[in-house]
Design a protein around this ligand. Structure first.
Ligand SMILES: [Zn+2]
Length: 448
């Protein structure tokens, strides 16, 4: 899915970005350490909207062309498995781009008093050149200078912060591999707030100074959440965690940017569940990433079900049952009965509105089905396997594929190894069958 995203012929091992942002224009030097996986006389990087000044490969000036992507022609062909440094100098006024997956624009955005990046799936290419595919993860460092007094926040750990003649400089490093779309970036009047979970995970939040106390309240239990999920999924996979909470307009979104999830103020009305959702993505989506975007239910269903489990933990098991029932009613078309006149017609409309989560459409990748029908699939699997085997599946998934990628088929294989072919067939029905499967144990059936 999305043939334009990601490139073949090489793997990136490390990105080192050196950026200067003056409040309007971005000037950057991106150094990519990459190793060819085949002999290359030219290769593409995903990069759009900014002007490329020069490209140097292995110390030699390279030819390049810019159109939708950046085509690089090294002076000499690259040989397989010998790592080279590719240095791209660029500048311009970054902006967002239309989203291939539907919904709002992605890439470089304006917040009310600052700027931020929201990149799933394609937006990273609006601010740095990359191999923009979850399959190609790399370690990442960012040195960025912003106007004096402003704060720049990214993924990973803050290594350095200093005032210079040109402004304020921040250095962030991700030693664990990260997919380009998951790199956080925000610039603004951001306040740092630190704490440590009961189990010792460091929590480093940044709040836009205009975000009020009521909106900050839903982040109070992050430490407890990290420890709760670590108990279910295995150890928290990264060095630290935190939220990046920004005052936004027109971007009612949150994104599981690695180690530091990004939240726009318009999404905070969802309360604690959205905080739990983005945190759970650190295991499912960030540490274990999809092999192809069509597997996105592996990210969203797991985060959604984690969100329901947090609701059950914090408000009682009846609250979890309520989430399950409400999701089932949505998928059955309950909300459409008034407009269609009959439950059966509403159900038929709902089947069109919510296609099976295992086969999402490219222009509607984040359909509610990949969240809630997939979430129900996991709940049904839990009932089928029992808690002990269900959480063993999730922990094995998080451990085996940590910092890597995995596919739907691999998950089905794992389910089968724990629950036999019957458990696999059950999951296949939930993921691929056009009809909504019944949940007999809960007396939930599609209207007939
Ligand atoms: Zn999500």
């Amino acid at each position: 899915m999305y043939a334009g995203l990601g490139n073949s012929g090489y793997d990136v091992d490390h990105y080192a970005l050196d950026l200067d942002f003056d409040g309007e224009r971005l000037a950057g030097t991106a150094t990519l350490i990459l190793h060819p996986t085949e002999p290359l006389s030219s290769f593409y990087l995903d990069f759009t909207g900014l002007s490329v000044m020069s490209v140097v490969v292995d110390g030699e000036t390279a030819g390049f062309e810019t159109a939708d992507e950046l085509l690089v022609r090294p002076l000499l062909p690259l040989t397989e498995d010998r790592a080279v440094a590719v240095v791209v100098e660029y500048q311009g006024a970054p902006s967002s781009i239309p989203n291939v997956a539907g919904r709002f624009r992605v890439g470089w955005h304006k917040s009310v008093d600052g700027w931020f990046a929201l990149s799933e799936p394609a937006g990273a290419e609006t601010w740095f050149p990359s191999n923009n595919h979850p399959l190609d993860k790399a370690t990442f460092s960012l040195r960025i200078t912003v106007p004096a007094g402003l704060v720049a926040v990214s993924s990973g750990v803050l290594r350095e912060q200093k005032e210079t003649v040109g402004g304020s400089t921040f250095v962030w490093e991700s030693d664990d591999p990260i997919a380009p779309y998951l790199v956080a970036l925000a610039i603004g009047d951001l306040e740092r707030q630190t704490s440590i979970s009961g189990e010792g995970v460091s929590i480093v939040n940044y709040f836009d100074d205009d975000v009020g106390p009521a909106d900050r309240l839903i982040f109070d239990r992050q430490g407890e959440m990290v420890d709760f999920f670590a108990g279910l999924f295995g150890p928290y996979p990264f060095d630290e965690y935190g939220a990046l909470v920004l005052e936004t307009e027109n971007v009612p979104a949150a994104l599981e940017t690695q180690t530091r999830a990004t939240f726009g103020t318009q999404i905070l009305a969802l309360g604690e569940p959205v905080v739990a959702h983005e945190l759970a993505h650190q295991w499912f989506g960030d540490s274990v990433s999809v092999a192809d975007w069509s597997d996105v239910w592996l990210n969203e269903s797991f985060a959604t079900y984690a969100e329901w489990m947090w609701t059950g933990y914090s408000r009682g098991e009846a609250a979890l049952a309520g989430e399950v029932e409400s999701a089932y009613l949505t998928l059955s078309g309950a909300a459409l009965v008034d407009s269609t006149g009959s439950a059966a017609d509403a159900y038929q409309q709902a089947l069109v509105a919510y296609p099976p989560p295992g086969t999402p459409q490219a222009t509607d990748l984040f359909n509610a089905s990949v969240y809630i029908r997939g979430g129900l699939a996991l709940h049904v699997l839990r009932m089928e396997l029992g808690d002990q085997r269900f959480f063993a599946v999730l922990q094995e998934w998080a451990t085996t594929h940590r910092y890597g990628n995995a596919s739907t088929n691999q998950f089905l294989d794992l389910v089968e190894s724990f629950g036999g072919p019957g458990a696999r067939q059950l999951m296949e029905q939930w993921l691929f069958s056009p009809a909504l499967p019944p949940i007999d144990e809960l007396d939930l059936h599609p209207p007939s």
